[in-house]
Design a protein around this ligand. Structure first.
Ligand code: CTP
Length: 400
């Protein structure tokens, strides 16, 4: 859990600085206090105002500014953090840090800090491959600086190769790993959880949905976050509170849920607990449908995408562990085994949602955990306890 941790984020001048804004947002959502230093060239790419708006605190810029220094001296800035992150780290700031040069607020803070430093290099591929940069990177690593990326791919300069800043989600996972307290076996792992029902519109005021409360999915997201995973919860309409330390994305329809899930990839773990509507209205009316004497409307349906099967069937970016849930009213285990195979998931948590079970909206769940061909009956547990037990099983699987 990152909640309550503090990061000093140094933004130096690279086109990747726009991705750093996304990193600030994600850190904020996880309860991390982010203070920022924006270098002179960094401020050419993102404005102090946008950085301040996202971090909730002013962006510090100038070593010789009386206001900056009296408000927050560079020593305090660099010490009052649990971790210093440089993203993007340009060839220039890496060279200066490697040489111990301190000629602005950012490099002075880097020299003054007694905390771990994580750099996310970002530059043109030739600049990254250059002997000087490689020498500096090696020296920084020898000095104890931690690196995340760079990644290979399309670069902003139009060339293709290594030099692209690691994605915000990757940097975030690395940060979670570094700041992970003891007892967080999933630190550094990314998890995606779906939860709640979906709503499929009939017209602007009516929709088709189901009784899912989101309790189980939300509890799973909270349990995985408590074990250290960087968790993203994609949820349909639910009255459940946001679980602590989890990034929450709210959607309404199945198609929106799929889009949000795809945007959250890559992840190590996907747990699909949402009760996704299998069907949607083929052509929702754009205005409210009226009783015009012609009798009840004919609604025609089309099938929604199967989010679990889509994620489990990904050729690239398939999560290492894909867990489904199965809502069954009869032949629970038999149907669940078949469903697990059909949807291509690794595990399936099968629960009895027959009306006498009280599962939908209730506090308890009686489930079977299906792993391949094996099924294990769990006792009647609260949804919270099911989530915690599943979280531990997932952690054991990765410790494995
Ligand atoms: N699921 C999904 N997308 C869908 C339908 C289901 O991701 N469009 C996921 C659910 O989140 C759950 C699993 O698939 O993890 C099984 O859901 P369930 O409702 O039990 O299965 P269905 O596919 O609806 O199968 P059936 O109606 O035939 O029982």
């Amino acid at each position: 859990m990152l909640n309550g941790k503090r990061i000093l984020l140094i933004i130096s001048g690279g086109i990747a600085a726009y991705k750093t804004l996304e990193l600030i947002r994600r850190l904020g959502e996880r309860g991390v206090g982010v203070r920022t230093i924006l270098t002179k060239s960094g401020a050419q790419f993102v404005t102090p105002l946008s950085v301040a708006a996202l971090s909730g605190e002013r962006a510090y810029q100038d070593l010789f500014s009386l206001t900056d220094e009296s408000e927050m001296g560079h020593i305090r800035l660099s010490r009052e953090a649990d971790l210093v992150v440089v993203a993007p780290a340009t060839a220039n700031i890496m060279a200066k840090a490697a040489a111990g040069i301190a000629d602005d607020l950012a490099t002075t803070a880097l020299l003054a800090t007694d905390k771990p430093v994580l750099m996310a290099p970002a530059m043109n591929l030739q600049m990254w491959a250059h002997e000087a940069t490689q020498r500096n990177a090696t020296r920084l690593v020898d000095d104890g600086v931690l690196m995340v990326g760079p990644e290979a791919g399309d670069l902003a300069c139009g060339e293709i190769g290594s030099g692209r800043m690691a994605e915000p989600a990757t940097i975030l996972a690395r940060i979670s790993e570094l700041l992970a307290p003891a007892g967080t076996p999933l630190a550094g792992r990314r998890a995606l959880i779906t939860s709640g029902p979906t709503r499929e519109p009939i017209d602007p005021v009516r929709y088709i949905s189901n009784h899912s409360s989101g309790k189980q999915g939300h509890a799973v997201a909270g349990a995985l976050a408590a074990l250290g995973a960087a968790a993203t919860l994609v949820t349909g309409p639910s009255a459940e509170a946001d679980p602590a330390g989890v990034e929450v994305v709210r959607v309404e329809t199945a198609r929106q849920m799929l889009d949000a899930c795809q945007a959250a990839l890559p992840v190590d773990i996907a747990v699909c607990a949402a009760a996704v509507a299998d069907w949607r209205i083929a052509a929702p009316a754009s205005g409210k449908m009226k009783k015009d004497g012609a009798g009840p409307p004919e609604l025609s349906f089309v099938e929604n995408p199967d989010i679990l099967a889509t994620i489990a069937g990904l050729a690239e970016q398939r999560p290492a562990l894909v867990v489904g849930f199965a809502a069954e009213t009869e032949n629970v285990v038999e149907n669940a085994l078949a469903k697990c195979r059909r949807k291509g998931c690794d595990w399936l948590v099968a629960n009895d949602v027959s009306s006498q079970s009280g599962t939908f909206g209730g506090e308890h769940n009686t489930v079977h955990l299906i792993e391949g061909d094996a099924s294990e009956a769990w006792p009647k547990l609260s949804k919270q306890a099911v989530a915690e037990r599943l979280g531990r099983r997932i952690a054991d699987h990765f410790a494995g």
